[in-house]
Design a protein. Structure first.
Ligand code: DGY
Length: 334
């Protein structure tokens, strides 16, 4: 067990009442903040958290910091020690936590919304541009050492200016993507359960029918949460309705897309290219993606900037501190 107790004086040790267990290493400022106040059981970036490993890691802990890389199903939640009061997920998404089981255990669950909006929206634009401009093929050519110079017909991509961008899910990140995309000259449309307040709609046009949005989207970007209703929201039928040569981008959650349908459409060039940051069974990627030139892949880096990851950790700690001091946490899901 890796419990941090860095040269603490006996007085400091006496003042520390609670143990916080993190499943992964956290940005150093976050670990330092935790160590100043609590015992910290640091996480292991290489561990696979089975139920029994989770249970052992959580032994004696009052609070857990977890990430979407761990699955907290009912079995794992039920095996957690009774000492655990709060699970703070280092993410906005919380589909990896069985909320019914957590609720039955009386656990508090918190997440880290808001602070990762800009980073994730930036990365979405990176994927849109990389997919549109054939960045994967360009990288391959230059790294091969076989590039023979600029040619008028070499690796011609799609200009995003003037293209219709469809956004599924117009939450904070969807709106930030809309704002950025307008400055690239894209015409932005969105589908959401409800149209959003016109002051806040990033000058995007609401399309009440998802199928209508899809049939108009030359570029389609997914920004909805993963729920039983949104799983496979981009299925074979909807992919067939995309305009020929569309671009698909996903920085939300892998299971929103039916991989078989997407791969088939990429192979047939019904879809020109895709930019993906998230995958159905992370970290296991459907191997077919790895052999395709018209996909630009990143390893779930949406929120991966130093500032953002530190801010996410600080939000998680704010919630833990609130709960351990008997207060309501700022970002409570449950
Ligand atoms: C989230 O917050 O849900 C992201 O996927 C982590 O970057």
């Amino acid at each position: 067990m890796n419990i941090e107790n860095p040269h603490a004086s006996s007085l400091e040790v006496r003042e520390k009442h609670f143990l916080v267990a993190a499943t992964r290493r956290l940005p150093s400022a976050c670990e330092e903040r935790l160590i100043a106040k609590y015992f910290l059981r640091k996480g292991d970036d290489n561990a696979t958290y089975s139920s029994s490993i989770f249970k052992a890691h959580a032994e004696g802990a009052s609070a857990l910091i977890v990430t979407p890389a761990e699955r907290l199903d009912a079995n794992t939640i039920n095996s957690l020690p009774q000492t655990v009061k709060i699970i703070a997920t280092f993410s906005v998404g919380h589909e990896h936590i069985d909320l019914d089981a957590a609720s039955a255990r009386g656990l508090i669950i918190t997440n880290t919304p808001g602070v990762l909006t800009a980073a994730t929206a930036d990365l979405t634009l990176l994927l849109i541009l990389a997919a549109a401009r054939r960045a994967r093929e360009g990288q391959k050519l230059i790294h091969s050492g076989n590039w023979s110079g600029i040619r008028p017909t070499q690796l011609l991509g799609t200009q995003v200016k003037g293209k219709r961008l469809g956004i599924i899910g117009m939450g904070r990140i969807g709106r930030a993507v809309a704002n950025r995309s307008r400055s690239f000259g894209m015409k932005v449309y969105y589908h959401n359960r409800q149209p959003i307040n016109s002051n806040d709609n990033a000058e995007a046009i609401y399309v009440p029918s998802l199928n209508d949005l899809i049939s108009q989207s030359e570029i389609l970007s997914l920004h909805c949460p993963l729920t039983p209703e949104t799983k496979n929201i981009l299925n074979a039928q909807r992919i067939a309705n995309l305009p020929e040569g569309a671009i698909v981008v996903n920085t939300a959650r892998g299971p929103l897309i039916d991989d078989n349908a997407l791969i088939e459409a990429l192979l047939s060039r019904k879809i020109a290219s895709a930019g993906l940051d998230v995958y159905a069974s992370e970290p296991n990627i459907d191997k077919r993606y790895l052999t395709m030139e018209n996909v630009f892949l990143l390893p779930h880096l949406g929120s991966a900037t130093k500032d953002t990851r530190a801010a996410m950790g600080m939000l998680a700690i704010d919630s833990i501190e609130a709960v351990l001091n008997g207060h309501e946490p700022p970002h409570q899901i449950l």
